[in-house]
Design a protein around this ligand. Structure first.
Ligand SMILES: Cc1cc2nc3c(=O)[nH]c(=O)nc-3n(C[C@H](O)[C@H](O)[C@H](O)COP(=O)(O)OP(=O)(O)OC[C@H]3O[C@@H](n4cnc5c(N)ncnc54)[C@H](O)[C@@H]3O)c2cc1C
Length: 459
């Protein structure tokens, strides 16, 4: 789809151009418009491909009371696997990943990034458009600090470049109906055009060729060791190659044809698509997923289930535009509403919920699963969030922050938007959703198998 170039500059393909790609949630080489743009404008210049961890720490936020500074082990591992895969792909294309990481010696990756930009006399920056309020604050700070740099901001995370309606409807249903009436994306005859992987990438600047301290792989020793048992427990391994492999395996199976009936299961790998983790950090592009779904509909079957995969992808799209529309309100206690909820912070029940020691076995099992694997089914998320808000009476933001810390598919809009929805301060026209946990247990775990599997104690 189309591109946006923030500064109006015509400095494409100059010999002295130094382009920097700042990866965020676009950790792939295929269908990555930001990387393709960088490849195009740096074809006669030099290229820096950077991932900077914890960049947003620089931005002052109101969420310090409930925000966790560290990632859970599973989320960190999934990210690390994604970066290893990205680095391997970039090396094949003639460059490599530079990694700015917080260490005891480097307390501020934003300062490190600024130094790199200055020292290398960067002329162009390519990034993906994002709904992440704090990441956008970082971009604004960088633009202020280096006004001479030309920014290229490309769409990589969504089906649409811009909100395809005049304004965001209050409810998902209105959004879906309008989109389906105006754009029949699921049944369009032609595939969405995918940006091919660049054939090659310009090299690093000469004076960076031996700057080991920046190279991703030389910093891996500072990172966590990949725990294979975790991969086996969760089935998820990060990275574009694994995401694409999983996409093929899923659509080569019968699972898509029964998705609607199985999607609410608590713990079966094939009962929902499991695309979320790769979609969230951009190892998979949503366009690639949609093209594969269309192919399945053309070649195998189009039914309620295949439609429902589209329906859920549209939820993801809705929350993206919800985050763009409501900005900081995504993190406000009263959300996008007028009324502050009557729930509140309370350490004891919060700790019980986090460690899976509530009075509700189904909730405990889900929380154990989350801590052990970084994943929880959609039904599980609804149940533990409902327990958090309605049974324990807690301030929903603490629950959302805990999910942020642990979910391997953490996505700012989907996470905070869904929590707001369930807390009754978001996009739910019904006000709020409370689940009857006994009934839900009978319905989704009638023989207690899920509870038995995940009943182990957490430290
Ligand atoms: C409290 C709460 C927090 C959540 N936090 C996140 C999060 O941080 N990241 C995240 O990706 N999803 C989040 N979800 C949405 C949903 O639970 C997951 O996307 C889904 O469980 C992932 O499994 P799957 O890929 O097998 O989903 P599938 O059922 O196979 O759905 C296909 C795709 O559609 C999208 N999708 C499905 N349901 C939703 C939804 N309700 N909202 C937005 N997108 C959806 C996802 O990209 C998913 O991969 C949250 C839901 C709740 C209730």
């Amino acid at each position: 789809m189309s591109n946006e170039t923030a500064n109006n500059s015509e400095n494409n393909s100059k010999n002295n151009n130094v382009t920097l790609v700042l990866f965020h949630n676009d950790l792939r080489v295929a269908d990555n418009a930001a990387l393709s743009k960088a490849a195009e404008i740096s074809s006669n210049g030099r290229l820096l491909l950077v991932y900077a961890s914890l960049l947003t720490n620089i931005v002052e936020s109101q969420d310090s009371a409930y925000h966790y500074d560290t990632m859970g082990v599973a989320r960190q591992q999934f990210l690390q696997e994604s970066l290893i895969d990205l680095n391997a792909s970039l090396e094949q294309l003639g460059n490599r990943l530079l990694y700015l990481q917080q260490t005891p010696a480097v307390s501020d990756t934003f300062a490190q990034l600024n130094e790199l930009i200055k020292a290398q006399q960067v002329t162009d920056i390519c990034v993906s458009k994002t709904d992440d309020y704090y990441q956008n604050q970082v971009y604004a700070l960088l633009q202020n600090k280096h006004p001479q740099i030309c920014w290229h901001i490309e769409t990589t995370a969504t089906l649409f470049d811009e909100l395809p309606l005049e304004s965001l409807p209050k409810s998902f249903t209105q959004f879906r109906k309008k989109i389906e009436a105006d754009y029949d994306l699921l049944h369009a005859e032609k595939d969405i055009v995918i940006y091919p992987t660049p054939e090659s990438l310009a090299p690093l600047p000469d004076n960076m060729q031996s700057r080991d301290e920046y190279f991703f792989e030389s910093q891996l020793s500072n990172e966590i060791e990949i725990d294979k048992t975790l991969n086996q427990a969760s089935n998820f391994t990060g990275g574009e190659s694994n995401g694409l492999k999983h996409l093929d395996t899923y659509f080569d199976s019968d699972a898509p044809s029964t998705y609607k009936a199985t999607r609410n299961a608590l713990d079966e790998w094939t009962h929902s698509t499991k695309f979320s983790a790769w979609l969230a950090n951009g190892s998979l592009s949503v366009n690639t997923v949609l093209n594969r779904l269309r192919r399945y509909e053309r070649d195998v079957i189009a039914n309620d289930s295949t439609y429902w995969i589209w329906f859920e992808l549209l939820w993801r799209e809705y929350f993206y535009w919800y985050a763009v529309t409501h900005q900081q309100k995504l993190f406000w206690f009263k959300g996008i509403g007028e009324h502050t909820p009557s729930t509140q912070f309370d350490q004891k029940p919060l700790e019980k919920w986090k460690s899976g020691k509530t009075a509700y076995p189904i909730v405990n099992a889900c929380m154990h699963q989350l801590k052990a694997t970084g994943y929880m089914s959609n039904r599980g998320r609804q149940l533990v969030a409902s327990c958090f808000i309605h049974e324990l009476g807690l301030d929903w933001r603490y629950g959302a922050a805990y999910f942020e810390q642990h979910l391997i598919d953490y996505d700012v809009a989907s996470n905070w938007g869904n929590w707001q929805y369930l807390a009754g301060v978001g996009a739910d026209p019904r006000g709020c959703r409370q689940f009857n946990l006994d009934k839900q247990t009978q319905q989704y775990d009638p023989n207690g198998e899920f509870i038995r599997q995940w009943q182990g104690e957490l430290e």
